[in-house]
Design a protein around this ligand. Sequence first.
Ligand SMILES: C[S@@+](CC[C@H](N)C(=O)[O-])C[C@H]1O[C@@H](n2cnc3c(N)ncnc32)[C@H](O)[C@@H]1O
Length: 198
Amino acid sequence: MRVLAQPHPSVYSLLSSADISELVASIKECQEVPLRFSYFGEGAHKWDEHTTFLNSSAATNSYTVTRRFFEQNLDRLGSLWHDDAKVEIVDLGAGNGLPARIVVEWLLGAGRLHRYVAVDSSREMLRIVEQNMAAWFDGTVTFDPVELDLSRSCFGDRIGEQVNDKTGDRIKRVVLHLGGTLFNLPDPDSALSLVCRG
Ligand SMILES: C[S@@+](CC[C@H](N)C(=O)[O-])C[C@H]1O[C@@H](n2cnc3c(N)ncnc32)[C@H](O)[C@@H]1O
């Protein structure tokens, strides 16, 4: 027996026609919905609530562990990041920006942050991280959102290189790929080869 399933009307406002083609192809070929769509629309707010809860929890979880790692290692990492040069953070699969916050804070405090670039395929997630960065840092962080599917596109092609006005040097780039983002991608190896090109 064939059953005709109609998508909820909101699907047509949340997804582009290319997204819909990808969704249909994935259901046909793999019988699954690509994970990246779970962060669209309301899904972005659910992720924001969930991770805000985890981040403030006293229990050990990936957020508290990541924060501790950066607390213990930022001085060392910062010296590897080209001494006192200006740095741009590119956060791949940024989510709501929570794990990257401490890195941005550290660079800002050292007067070394050029800008924070959030790369994510969810427009709503990008809106949330933009609001978070503005609230956490009183609007002092230059924020650039890039809506992009890491499985298909190279972020470097989209963001280009930035130059320090005073010295003429290229702004150094630190790429973060935190949390379980890699495991959201259908083919992590090919996505990573695109990331490396960036
Ligand atoms: C597991 S969350 C991790 C978020 C953040 N890095 C963290 O550690 O809290 C995955 C994030 O990557 C985004 N994402 C998932 N698949 C993606 C894809 N193919 N291209 C770009 N972003 C993607 C989601 O929208 C979501 O914000």
